[in-house]
Design a protein around this ligand. Structure first.
Ligand SMILES: Cc1ncc(COP(=O)(O)O)c(C=O)c1O
Length: 399
C-alpha cells in the first residue's frame, strides 16, 4: 500500500467526538447513560431561524455564493460586532465559512510558514483542535498553562516569558472551553499591553461562546486600542443559536479577509447557502429564544456547581461563561484509587453511566499532578441531578 503522510498519521483529533461515538454505541446496546460529554446546546434551533432557511430553499438560494459569504450576512455580522463589541468593520472585512472551526486552520495557514520555527501560543487545557492544527500546519506549539490558582486564566508573567520574536500567533478563547473561564476587560487590557511589544504577533480571538457569559460583560481584545488590525475575531452560530449541525461561522479581520476568502475558494468554495440565510435571521431577528436558552444555561450552571461541590473529593470553581465546568478531581482520584482522570472517566462511563471528558483530552500531559474532568452542562436540570446522584452512589460504592 502507498504510505500515508507523516502529517496525517500524526493528526490529532477532538476527543468529544470519539467519546460521543462510544456513548452512542453503549446506548445502542441498551445502556442508560447521562452524557455530559458533548459541547452542543440541547435546544432546538429557534423557529424564526428555521423559517428563514425554509424560505431560502423556496426562493431558490441553492447555488454557490461568493466565497466570502453573501453580502446580507456580512452586513449583519458588521452590525452585530458593532452592537456587541463596539468595534467597526466593513462587510469586506468579514469572511463566512462552514463553522468557526475551519478558520483555525485558515488562520494558521495565513500567518505561519511550515517548518521555519514560527511559534504559536495557545491555552492548555484548551480546545484540542488548536494544538492538532498548529502541528499539522508545521508551526511550533507553545502551551500557555491555565492555572486553577488564577481561576483558570494564564499568568501574565508567563505570557511575558513565553512570547518572543518568533511568536506569530497568540490564541485566546473566552469564554473558554473546557474551563468556562471568561476573561474580564482589565485582563484583556494586560494581554494587549504585552502584545504591543511584539508587533509581529497576530491574535486569534476565539469568541464562539461570546454570547454565553453568565456574570459580567463579554470583552473582546479587538476592542483594545491598536489590537483590531492584528486580531482575527472568530465567532459563529453553533453555540449561540443551537446551530451546531448547520455549520456557520465567521471571522473578522481587515488584512486577512481576502486571503481567507481565497482559502475558502480552494477548499469549500463557500459556506452552505441555506445556513447563511438562516444566519442573517439569527443575527438580525428576534432574540427571545437565545435569551431563554441562556437563562436556562445559567440555572444549570448554578445547579451543577452546587452538585459537584457536594461530592467527596471534588472541587469546582464557578465558571463565568460557556456551558462547561472543569472540576478538580485529584482528591477523588486519591480516595477511589484512580491513577488518572482518564481512568476515572472510563469507570464513570461503564460503572456509573455518566459520560464526561478527561483532562488529557484537552492537552493536559498524562504526568500532570492535578487531575480534572470536563462536564458540558448542555443537559436538563433533571439530568444534572440524576448524574450527580449516580456519581455520589459510585463514589460511596468504590470507597
Ligand atoms: C473553543 C471552540 N472553538 C471553536 C469551536 C468550533 O465551533 P463551530 O461549530 O462553529 O465550528 C468549538 C466547538 O466546540 C469550540 O469549543
Amino acid at each position: 500500500m502507498p504510505s500515508v503522510s507523516e502529517r496525517t498519521r500524526n493528526l490529532g483529533t477532538e476527543h468529544a467526538f470519539v467519546v460521543l461515538a462510544e456513548v452512542n454505541r453503549l446506548v445502542a446496546q441498551g445502556g442508560d447513560i447521562i452524557s455530559f460529554a458533548i459541547g452542543q446546546p440541547d435546544f432546538a434551533t429557534p423557529p424564526n431561524i428555521c423559517d428563514a432557511a425554509k424560505r431560502a430553499i423556496d426562493q431558490g438560494h441553492h447555488g454557490y455564493t461568493p466565497s466570502a459569504g453573501i453580502p446580507e450576512l456580512r452586513e449583519a455580522v458588521v452590525d452585530y460586532l458593532a452592537r456587541s463589541r463596539g468595534v467597526t468593520y466593513r462587510p469586506e472585512d468579514i469572511t463566512v465559512a462552514n463553522g468557526a472551526k475551519p478558520f483555525i486552520m485558515y488562520t494558521l495557514l495565513a500567518v505561519t510558514d511550515h517548518g521555519v520555527g514560527h511559534e504559536v501560543l495557545y491555552p492548555r487545557p484548551g480546545f484540542p483542535i488548536y494544538d492538532s492544527q498548529i502541528i499539522a500546519s508545521g508551526a511550533r506549539p507553545v502551551a500557555l498553562p491555565l492555572l486553577e490558582s488564577e481561576a483558570f486564566s494564564f499568568s501574565i508573567d508567563e505570557l511575558a516569558s513565553l512570547i518572543n520574536a518568533n511568536t506569530r500567533l497568540l490564541i485566546l478563547n473566552s469564554p473558554h472551553n473546557p474551563t468556562g473561564r471568561s476573561l474580564a476587560q482589565p485582563e484583556i487590557g494586560d494581554i494587549a499591553d504585552i502584545l504591543r511589544d511584539f508587533p509581529q504577533c497576530w491574535v486569534l480571538s476565539d469568541e464562539v461562546y461570546s454570547r454565553m457569559v453568565h456574570d459580567g460583560e463579554f470583552a473582546s481584545i479587538a476592542g483594545e486600542p491598536g489590537m483590531q488590525e492584528r486580531t482575527i475575531l472568530l465567532d459563529g452560530a453553533s453555540k449561540s443559536y443551537a446551530m451546531t449541525g448547520w455549520r456557520l461561522g465567521y471571522a473578522a479581520n481587515v488584512p486577512l479577509a481576502p486571503y481567507f476568502s481565497t482559502w475558502i475558494t480552494n477548499t469549500d468554495s463557500c459556506a452552505n447557502s441555506i445556513a447563511q440565510w438562516a444566519g442573517v435571521e439569527a443575527l438580525n431577528g428576534d432574540q427571545t429564544e437565545h435569551q431563554r436558552m441562556m437563562a436556562s444555561f445559567t440555572r444549570r450552571r448554578d445547579r451543577i456547581v452546587a452538585g459537584l461541590n457536594g461530592l467527596d473529593g471534588v472541587r469546582a470553581l464557578r465558571p463565568g461563561g460557556a456551558f462547561y465546568i472543569w472540576p478538580n478531581v485529584t482528591e477523588l482520584c486519591r480516595l477511589t484509587g484512580m491513577g488518572s482522570a482518564e481512568e476515572l472517566r472510563r469507570r464513570w462511563l461503564h460503572e456509573a453511566g455518566v459520560a464526561v471528558l478527561a483532562d488529557i483530552q484537552f492537552g493536559v500531559p498524562p504526568q500532570a499532578q492535578e487531575h480534572y474532568v470536563r462536564f458540558s452542562y448542555a443537559v436538563s436540570e433533571a439530568q444534572i441531578d440524576e448524574g450527580i446522584r449516580r456519581l455520589r452512589d459510585w463514589i460511596q460504592a468504590v470507597r
